[in-house]
Write a protein that binds this ligand. Structure first.
Ligand SMILES: CC(C)(COP(=O)(O)OP(=O)(O)OC[C@H]1O[C@@H](n2cnc3c(N)ncnc32)[C@H](O)[C@@H]1OP(=O)(O)O)[C@@H](O)C(=O)NCCC(=O)NCCS
Length: 175
């Protein structure tokens, strides 16, 4: 499956990409991922989020990578937030690493992570930081050499309610 997946860095996010990225986000939240949204996860909430991301991409503040299957359907995505305070120009945040449930456990997440890291390095970043509430994601990041910092309890809510912890990670990039 991963062989047939194409990873693309989205320079612009048009209506087609917006619909595909929204499908992935909705599926992940409905699947229980704690990624900023609560249930019910509506298309309106997803599209509003991706339109703001698209504006950030246009301003050069974010990088968005997307995984597409052979017919061009977006099955996963990840972001690097480039825009940081002026005393942290070397740092980026890895965010919204999302793979549609039907495309998981085939290496798509690993491809997206590698592509996002590569794009961040090309943008001049030497340090990446992320936080996650997903055990699956923790294993993915640790396989890719990310260092675990620690857990903050009660950091956010699960989509259906109830506190969830988050775990912080960092990784230095070689240029
Ligand atoms: C975390 C997430 C992005 C991982 O995506 P993914 O595409 O399933 O990731 P991968 O396929 O690279 O790796 C997942 C597992 O499949 C395994 N795998 C990879 N390719 C495989 C293959 N061809 N055959 C069998 N297993 C495979 C990996 O070894 C890994 O195993 P593990 O669970 O024992 O660690 C996905 O689970 C997700 O979107 N979760 C919900 C959203 C979320 O919480 N995101 C994290 C926000 S920080």
């Amino acid at each position: 499956m991963a062989d047939a997946i194409q990873i693309r860095c989205l320079q612009t996010i048009g209506e087609r990409e917006l619909a595909g990225l929204s499908d992935v986000l909705i599926d992940c939240v409905e699947g229980g991922a704690s990624v900023s949204f609560m249930l019910p996860m509506t298309r309106a909430k997803a599209e509003t989020f991706w339109r703001e991301v698209a504006a950030g991409v246009a301003r050069g503040e974010r990088i968005v990578v997307a995984a597409e299957d052979p017919d061009g359907t977006i099955v996963g995505t990840a972001q690097i937030i480039l825009d940081q305070p002026e005393n942290q120009p070397h740092r980026g945040d890895l965010a919204k690493m999302l793979v549609h449930r039907r495309a998981r456990r085939r290496g798509v997440g690993a491809l997206l992570l590698a592509a996002a890291e590569r794009q961040a390095a090309e943008a001049g970043k030497t340090l990446l930081v992320l936080d996650t509430a997903s055990d699956d994601a923790e294993r993915l990041y640790e396989r890719a050499g990310w260092q675990r910092c620690g857990v903050i309890p009660d950091y956010a809510l699960w989509p259906g309610g109830g506190f969830c912890p988050t775990t912080y990670y960092f990784k230095f990039l070689r240029r």
